[in-house]
Ligand binder design. Structure first.
Ligand code: GDP
Length: 461
């Protein structure tokens, strides 16, 4: 697909930065920018005659010889550019006013203001990036931690694409063989093909399931470990949050049940991002608004990757505390025995009679135990990352949905084989799985299959 129009946008947007970059892409970009670009002698510089990947120095001028800015211009001729089209980048002085003036000038010369993501969309449509790479461009920009950035960069390099292409290639071999054999039974036999297909389907299913399983780790890397802070009212959940964030984000009061909703904050522990969720006190209540908060707390626990349960060391262990421990069931987590600065009524040993979770003595008031807790969490999440460093993590929901679709079709394919159905039915589910995976990298399907059949099997000789 070829675009006719030339688009432009401000590519660096820092309000008070000293330099801004305006990016222009499209067939006419060199020609259009040349019309407004002059050297010190006020002579037009023809960018079309300048070699690609060079920088030109000069001035952007309005019609009546009025200089707008002194600039550097970077030329990247097609196809060696981000969009695979002719791209010009104008480095002008920072500031919204100058940028808008230059953009305005470009628009008057026939350029259209680019829509968000349009350069990347063109890179995809022009075959420079596959869809998973295009999506990872956004993730790279939005990365919140080193681990997230590493993962997005690896996707940008094409690791997801490689894996998906490999799996689709396996599928295509069987699809092509099936089509060919069904069309030409005299020369190609389908005898024993069901057991080969069964074997292949299982392998594919395992691979797809592995990708689905890893996508949870992918989400953790990208968005952070969802950590729910739970405990009955007044144990110090909000105080803990403020203490670990070194901030006064949560409202602390001594009236039980004041955290009516959930609060979410991000915290970097080493390389890992924690999404801390302060939940309303968990206890039975008649108060309507509060009970909604408690429902939310239970949901937060269900959605969490990790639980920080807080208990008050200045009070006896209650039924509500035990209920909190029960809620943690099946989730990794630890217990903080808070208010260690007060006279102790409850000891770690007493807690460990009820649960075998690790217990930390803590004081949100004095910060006692904070260093130990942070060191522990750092170690814990570092281990998780090291153990799954070389995996491919699908972090994108759209891509994950496509994986589910592929897995479902592969399950159906195996059922079809097990039920002893005719071979021509295999291609339906296999084709759906192939198509579903194709969505991840944004490929069309029909042409591929047809090409492959003709290339590899030389039908209709
Ligand atoms: P939440 O209902 O669990 O969120 O509890 P809050 O954080 O609102 O704290 C309830 C009360 O306990 C407040 O009066 C806090 O000042 C107090 N508190 C919280 N943590 C500590 C602590 O470590 N030591 C002491 N002495 N008081 C604390």
């Amino acid at each position: 697909m070829k675009y006719q129009d030339t688009i432009a946008a401000i590519a660096v947007s820092s309000k008070n930065g000293s330099i801004s970059v305006i990016r222009i892409s499209g067939e006419d970009s060199l020609k259009i920018v040349s019309e407004i670009f002059f050297d010190a002698q006020k002579k037009n510089i023809d960018l079309e005659n300048c070699p690609t990947h060079t920088i030109q120095y000069g001035f952007i001028q309005k019609e009546k010889e009025e200089i707008l800015d002194e600039v550097l211009i970077l030329i990247m001729k097609a196809p060696r550019s981000y969009t695979a089209e002719d791209v010009v980048e104008i480095q002008c002085h920072g500031g919204a006013f100058i940028c808008q003036q230059i953009l305005g000038l470009l628009v008057r010369k026939g350029v259209r203001i680019a829509e968000p993501g349009e350069f990347t969309k063109r890179a995809f449509l022009n075959g420079r990036l596959d869809l998973s790479q295009a999506e990872s461009v956004m993730d790279v920009i939005q990365s919140k931690s080193e681990a997230a950035l590493k993962n997005s960069l690896s996707q940008l390099k094409g690791t997801v694409k490689e894996k998906i292409v490999f799996l689709r290639e396996m599928m295509l071999q069987d699809l092509a063989f099936l089509e060919a054999a069904l069309d030409d039974p005299e020369h190609l036999s389908l005898e024993n093909f069901s057991s080969t297909m069964e074997e292949h389907a299982k392998k594919l299913q395992d691979e797809v399931n592995e990708l689905i399983k890893n996508s949870d780790n992918g989400r953790i890397i990208k968005e952070g470990v969802r950590t729910a802070i739970i405990g009955r009212p007044n144990v110090g959940k909000s105080s803990f949050l403020n203490c670990i964030l070194r901030d006064d984000r949560a409202i602390v009061t001594d009236i039980p049940g004041t955290t009516r909703d959930t609060l979410e904050e991000e915290l970097k522990i080493g390389e890992t991002l924690l999404q801390l969720i302060d939940t309303a006190g968990i206890r039975d209540t008649e108060d309507k608004i509060e009970s909604i908060g408690i429902e939310k707390a239970k949901k937060s626990v269900a959605d969490a990757d990790f639980i920080l349960a807080i208990v008050d060391s200045s009070r006896e262990l209650s039924e509500e505390d035990i209920h909190v421990f029960d809620l943690m069931e099946g989730k990794p987590g630890i217990i903080l025995l808070n208010k260690s600065d007060l006279a102790s009524v409850l000891t770690p040993e007493q807690i460990q009679k009820k649960t075998d979770r690790k217990v930390f003595l803590f004081s949100a008031a004095t910060g006692e135990g904070l260093k130990e807790l942070e060191a522990y969490l750092k170690e814990l999440f570092l281990f998780d990352k090291v153990s799954c460093q070389d995996e491919i993590y699908i972090t994108n929901i759209r891509q994950k949905q496509a994986l589910y679709e592929a897995a479902e079709s592969l399950t159906k394919l195996r059922e079809t084989i097990e039920a002893g159905m005719p071979e021509d039915l295999y291609s339906i589910d296999l084709y759906y799985a192939y198509e579903a995976l194709g969505k991840i990298i944004g490929e069309t399907v029909e042409d591929d299959i047809i090409d492959k059949i003709f290339r590899e099997f030389c039908m209709g000789k």
